[in-house]
Design a protein around this ligand. Sequence first.
Ligand code: GCV
Length: 743
Amino acid sequence: MRKANPIRPRQKYSVRRILTLLVITLSLAGTIAGQTAGESATIETAAWLRYLRLDSKTRNRYAHLPANIVVLGKSPVLETAEQEVIRGIDQMLGRKLDEKTSLQGESLVLGTLDKVESLGLALPELIAPGKDSFLLAHGRIHGANCIVITGLNDRGVLYGSFALLSKIARGQSLGQLNEMQSPYVRFRWVNQWDNLDGKIERGYGGPSIFFANGKVRDDLTRAGLYAHLLASIGINGCTINNVNAAPGALEDSFIAQVRRIADVFRPWGVQLSMSADLSSPKIVGGLDTFDPLDPRVAEWWRKKVDEIYRQIPDFGGFVVKADSEGRSGPSTYGRTHADAANVIARALKPHGGVVFYRAFVYNHHLDWHDLKNDRAKAAYDNFHPLDGEFDDNVVIQIKNGPIDFQVREPASPLFAGLRRTNEAIELQITQEYTGQQKQLCFLVPMWKEVLDFDMRVNGKSSPVKDLVSGRFSRRPIGGFAGVANVGLDENWLGSPLAVANLYGFGRLAWDPNLSSEAIVDEWTRLTYGNDPVLVQTIVKLQLSSWHVYESYTGPLGAGTLTNITGNHYDPGPESSEENGWGQWHRADHQGIGMDRTIKTGTGYIGQYPPEVQKTYESLENCPDNLLLFFHHVPYTHVLHSGQTVVQHVYDSHYDGAAQAPEFVAQWKAVAGHIDEARYRDILARFEFQAKEADKWRDAICGWIYRLSGIPDNKGRVGGPASKAPVGKTTPGQTRGIPSVKPA
Ligand code: GCV
């Protein structure tokens, strides 16, 4: 269900203008609904930044908040921070802070550490002095009690301001305020797969907020609001165009347009970056080659990058997808990915820019007859041999799993396979394979399993979060990249509850040690207020959603059994087989699962460090939830749970399909605790999901029965009382599907 998006023509997008727009929108909504649980759904663009008016009891907790605000220093980011604090406190507490130009009495003091200390305040040392860290503290300055928001840079001050407002919005005490926070990783970027015509690849929240008809939009209001949201969760970069990059994006005339997007990002401390096509020197530059080792190519990149920095002085760098899914790459000239990444990195280096080079490189014409072929091996095979050959401003961007954002995959072994190279984890916020925002699937618990997974590098504790942050291998930089794909829809992602995934990505990039519960609790309170019925219901729904979705779509690590050659949404397990895409589950009449063992299979397990190999190689140790990812077993194989594989598939699909309607029942408990429009909207989504779960259950149960010939021992499939249809899974789907993967 998509809401119409009001787009007003605007020419200038100053911070003040965006904030004014927000204030008007929010106060209108507040007037309509009294700023409590019943607040109107017309302010979805504010997402979790609603700053709802608190009830009087909660407001009283903040009675001692200083009446003045002073900012030490001057910059667009500091100005943003000040205006945000003023607006937030006004809306939540009904108090207008007095803007002062110098310290006068009890004040909220905003400024970088050096400025604050110059007032004679001794502050506790910032324990982990990384860029973007912040400190919230009480302090007496010139005899007055002050609240200090400080950081090592302006961005830290902005992040500290958001943190203070978040505490107030959630009714938390400011009594013992003395809190230092430092981001876990240096680069916390979102990627947008926006095409220049305004369509978004795998985007389910409406058209691009950046582009339309081959140009940058005239109206960039939403781009500014997006930067506002991103900054509030500590995201410091946004790659604005699709990794399947149109070379035209690097034309000088286009860069001049892109500059306007950078201008609306800047006050929020969000660096703009772009996806670049490796063949640009040839296609855009008119050279007869794009060989990364050709000096003319190096010179072209140098000049191009210089021009970009002339227009966008704080440009972040490039994301590169090469030799993957039909993109040009260094293999054209027999060069390596290191050659390709480094030629661009060297052009960026003098300006402080970075290259995020994607490890998502694989052959999508793999011969499916060969049981030793395995797409899961590709990233490691391509990049591990190059470890140590990448320049220090190159970051290898690795998808969380070795295939492609399936509902369950093991952590990519490449995280442990690069010890002398910077790395970043790529997570997909847009739900390409996990219900496309039509179904609820809160992904934070899934991401956390990967981030916490201990790779046991050299037999030592080495969770993925410490590999990608650079902590384990003492790398200078590391990162998180989240494929967000927000669009012009009022609620950004096409569904109000799906927005929690964007919030959760930012919070995990900032601190992967936060629990899923804490993250979703924060998001719910900031978005919907502190009504306990609403908070408990939404938190419970979100936290159970991934397992429910998994249980009716993708059993035992076999992947999401979706239509991979079509929409990536409907059930279509047959589409995975007999084509070159390599998302195989190898289901036949005897058994199911990919044999990836070292002993008899593709050898993929051998890419992990020895202790992890031991876990996955043997049927005894392999966890049930990844069994079919690593092993080919008969349908009668007995799981650790005591159930056979085939019976597990029946049971989990029936359980999942029974839990989906429970979402409807749970949601009904919030009637009267939320505005009617949003209540009905979300209710309709859950009702729809319940039907989709039935569809999935019947398709997958029918399919596995057809293959195995083994009926369900509870009589639901294949028995006389069976209801599940056992005919074809996906209408129109045949064996021998051509290797075409529509964009
Ligand atoms: C941008 C998957 C998606 C593609 C995407 C690709 C990638 O294959 O289906 O749409 O392309 O991943 O991550 O590059």
